[in-house]
Design a protein around this ligand. Structure first.
Ligand code: AMP
Ligand code: MG
Length: 423
């Protein structure tokens, strides 16, 4: 359901409205606030893997292009087959895959045929070679066969003129195979989305350097890199930016010039030397949202010129959760992907008790296991602090606990979202 608050576009006034947003409201606002890229490019079909189709694909040919055999066997006319007993056929030759038997089939003939071999004119049925007795140039065939069996009709996979794919499709391995089966060597895809990111914080040290007192390594640029790689976007890593007004402003200007989307982590907390928010207010427009979720609030969403901005919290797990919950679907939409979300929600029985206080939507880290086909258990991946990246790396799913839910006992059902293939 859409209501006024959900339709609302981001604006500076949001900042005054400090009330908590629900996860669904924040998701809807962000999705409403982004638009897909509009430039397309033509790429060879293999390079289209993982890209988003920018055109509808209409089949230029029938696939298969000719009626052919699904089995190794003998092509016959169904009404030559015996209703009972056995009949002997003469075998004039063979139809190989790619080397058809040239002549129409004559009454009483059975043309040997290989899988994929073109059906001789007049033949409508294939009898498997295991079901016949071959001797020199004859073959004996019994009763019980069905007219049309073991035959693949021209165009039964795709017919000429049929719409195969619509624009907005994220192309899979099977999809590029289908494009190849149509004989298409290249295809139009939306240009890759450009996403810039940087970390903020005086305490951050790049990897490979020893830590000084009070310093930590910058891990967020690595998790962000990994999650963006999975989306197939073009990544612009702007490094670590110190908590200084001029440096942050410069980083934002640079990012806005080169990217469609900018992601930062850290520096948006209340009470922190808060140059990210100030800079955003100066250069563009922003909304500062407290979201009733754990971990991961607050989140900033805004715009600098044509680029959209996602300001994520600094804590390593919060970065990943807010990316998964808010940024990912927005970037998919911006990349031109249409259609439903690719996130699956499953039900699982928790084997560990889960601590939860009512009020916020919690995304807890869990380890999902399939104990029988379609039957799942989940357990907590360990300590749930928003700085504890280790339990995030142990986990393969989020356990979704609705705001009004309280602690969960072992044995209860919970909703989970597997994320291993997604982030
Ligand atoms: P902030 O939102 O800047 O107040 O950061 C919240 C917490 O996340 C602090 O403990 C920061 O040290 C930590 N943090 C911020 N940025 C990063 C980063 N890039 N990598 C790892 N931890 C970070
Ligand atoms: Mg900070």
């Amino acid at each position: 359901m859409h209501d006024q608050t959900i339709e609302h576009q981001p604006s500076c006034e949001d900042e005054l409205n400090i009330g908590l947003l629900t996860v669904a409201q924040a998701q809807a606002r962000i999705l409403d606030g982004v638009t897909p890229v509009t430039d397309a490019e033509t790429v060879p079909v293999r390079e289209a893997l993982g890209r988003v189709l920018a055109e509808d694909i209409i089949s230029p040919i029938d696939v298969p292009s000719h009626t052919n055999s699904a089995m190794d066997g003998y092509a016959v006319r169904a009404h030559d087959l015996p209703a009972e007993g056995v009949r002997e056929f003469t075998v004039p030759g063979t139809s190989w895959a790619g080397r058809p038997w040239p002549d129409p089939i004559e009454p009483g003939q059975a043309v040997q045929i290989m899988t994929g071999g073109m059906m001789p004119a007049g033949a409508d049925t294939v009898v498997m070679q295991e079901q016949v007795e071959r001797e020199a140039d004859t073959v004996r065939i019994g009763s019980g066969h069905r007219c049309g069996q073991n035959v693949r009709q021209a165009g039964e996979d795709l017919a000429t003129g049929q719409q195969v794919f619509s624009a907005g499709r994220l192309l899979s391995a099977a999809d590029i195979g289908v494009l190849a089966s149509l004989g298409l060597g290249e295809t139009r895809v939306w240009r890759r989305l450009k996403v810039a990111f940087f970390s903020t914080g005086d305490e951050l040290r790049p990897v490979g350097e020893p830590l000084g007192p009070g310093e930590i390594h910058d891990s967020n640029r690595y998790t962000l890199y990994g999650m963006l790689e999975k989306l197939g976007v073009e990544i612009i890593d702007l490094g670590v930016v110190r908590d200084r007004r001029e440096l942050i402003e410069q980083a934002f200007r640079e990012a806005a010039e080169s990217a469609d989307a900018i992601i930062t982590s850290g520096g948006v907390s209340v009470g922190e030397a808060d140059f990210v928010r100030e800079t955003l207010e100066k250069l563009g427009s922003m909304s500062f949202w407290k979201i009733a979720m754990k971990p991961g609030r607050p989140v900033t969403f805004g715009r600098i010129n044509d680029a959209v901005f996602f300001g994520l919290p600094g804590n390593p797990v919060s970065v990943m959760v807010t990316f998964f919950v808010f940024v990912r679907q927005a970037l998919r939409k911006m990349s031109g992907t249409t259609g439903a979300s690719d996130v699956l929600t499953l039900h699982a029985r928790t084997t560990t008790a889960l601590r939860k206080r009512p009020g916020r939507f919690e995304f807890q880290r869990g380890v999902l296991e399939q104990v029988a086909p379609g039957e799942f258990t989940v357990r907590s991946a360990g300590a749930q602090g928003s700085g504890i990246l280790r339990s995030m790396s142990e986990a393969n799913c989020f356990i979704l606990l609705e705001p009004d839910r309280t602690s969960v006992d072992a044995g209860e059902q919970v909703a989970v979202q597997p994320f291993r293939n997604l982030i």
